[in-house]
Design a protein around this ligand. Structure first.
Ligand SMILES: *Cc1c(COP(=O)(O)O)cnc(C)c1O
Length: 373
């Protein structure tokens, strides 16, 4: 099979989405699935929808275009504030967008009016992450202005945490966001439908028992795709952490230096020869590099150690188990390694679908039903 390639288990994407949807539903929180890390891959987007996501969100119009071209018709939210130069297309193919600038909202509204439709506006509030957001004290004025702009509809407010400044969402901050929803309603009149509380970084807060207040939506990418909590870096119990496998092919294996025998001060210990006689350290090259992924974000199999990488090569060391030319090494990815691999033209995306349906069909023929269905 072609290499490098990234194998994507769609069943696990669907499972992870379903697990989060089921856990958050009793808390009154819906899941908008974020597709930006996978460049809006339509099969992945569809698996997220099958898992119960109420809609999709992406940061780039190119990714949204890709999903629309593949026939995806669900609501799509633009989560990066739209470029002025792209408002026409955002108004055409996105149902809603996150906004922080009046000039953008004005132009979005004009573009929407020309199409005789309406664009939903979610106002992002700055809650400490210091990436995007209107300052809380300016929110009600801004919101009032949106309600007076024909073509724009104030759909909700939102916030983002722990992306730039490591400002993890505390219960106090989440309560403050809820109060802002109440304040905005008090001034603007219309009901604030959506209070989009954050991303995967908010899950440890959302999955606990504390009050959720007005928060009724989260925009989730990483937890669905990697099964991890971006704040702690740890796996979330109940989610698959092996949705993606990156495969790279070995193109060179050589002994580049012989091991140096240990020099011990005690001659009696030296005589014991602590190193096995055939303990060779071998270097191999994988045909993949910085252009294809973030090597520092890869997890290698136990016997393989990353030595370094250049644009097109990753050099690894193995102990006692030389990699044969043409064999493949399976790598696990973190978020940055995943993002780059999904965007790299030379990494083939291989979708594994309906693995369980196939198992199910076989089981049915044999008169047995697997426990997981
Ligand atoms: C990327 C992003 C998300 C999703 O973040 P994850 O950590 O992948 O869950 C949510 N909201 C905004 C505004 C984003 O940019």
């Amino acid at each position: 099979m072609t290499a490098p390639r990234i194998e994507i288990d769609l069943d696990k994407i669907r499972d992870n989405t379903r697990w989060l949807v089921n856990r958050l539903a009793p808390r009154g929180i819906s899941v908008t699935a974020v597709t930006k890390a996978v460049c809006g891959h339509p099969d992945i987007a569809n698996a997220m929808l099958e898992g119960g996501a109420v809609g999709l969100a992406d940061a780039r119009i190119t990714n949204v275009r890709r999903m629309r071209s593949a026939g995806i018709t669900c609501p799509i939210l633009m989560i990066r504030t739209p470029m002025l130069s792209q408002v026409e297309e955002v108004a055409t193919i996105c149902d809603a967008s996150c906004n922080t600038e009046t000039a953008v909202v004005t132009d979005l509204a004009k573009a929407t009016l020309r199409r005789d439709s309406c664009h939903e506006i979610i106002l992002m509030v700055e809650m400490g992450d210091k990436r995007e957001g209107i300052m809380p004290e300016d929110l009600t004025d801004f919101a009032l202005q949106v309600t007076r702009t024909p073509g724009a509809r104030l759909h909700g407010i939102g916030a983002n945490f722990a992306c730039l400044a490591d400002a993890a969402p505390t219960p106090e901050k989440m309560a403050a966001l809820s109060s802002l929803a109440d304040d905005t309603e008090a001034v603007c009149g219309p009901f604030i439908e959506t209070v989009s509380g954050g991303s995967s970084a908010n899950l440890s807060w959302a999955l606990e028992d504390g009050p959720v207040g007005r928060i009724n939506n989260l925009r989730i990418g990483e937890a669905i795709l990697l099964g991890t909590d971006p704040v702690s870096g740890r796996p979330i119990n109940g989610l698959h952490t092996d949705v993606f496998t990156l495969l790279a092919e070995v193109i060179e294996t050589k002994i580049k230096s012989k091991p140096v025998p240990l020099k011990l001060s005690d001659p009696a210990l030296s005589a014991l020869s602590l190193m096995p006689r055939h303990h060779w350290i071998t270097r191999s090259i994988l045909a993949i590099g910085l252009q294809d992924t973030n090597p520092a974000g890869l997890v290698f199999p136990a016997a393989i150690t990353l030595i370094g990488s250049t644009s097109d090569h990753i050099v690894v060391e193995t102990t006692n188990c030389p990699l044969s030319i043409g064999s493949e090494v399976a790598l696990q990815v973190n978020y940055s390694a995943l993002v780059r691999a999904m965007a790299a033209p030379d990494v083939t995306k291989v979708v594994l679908r309906n693995k369980r349906q196939t198992d199910y069909a076989a089981a049915e023929r044999n008169g047995r039903y697997p426990a997981f269905l």
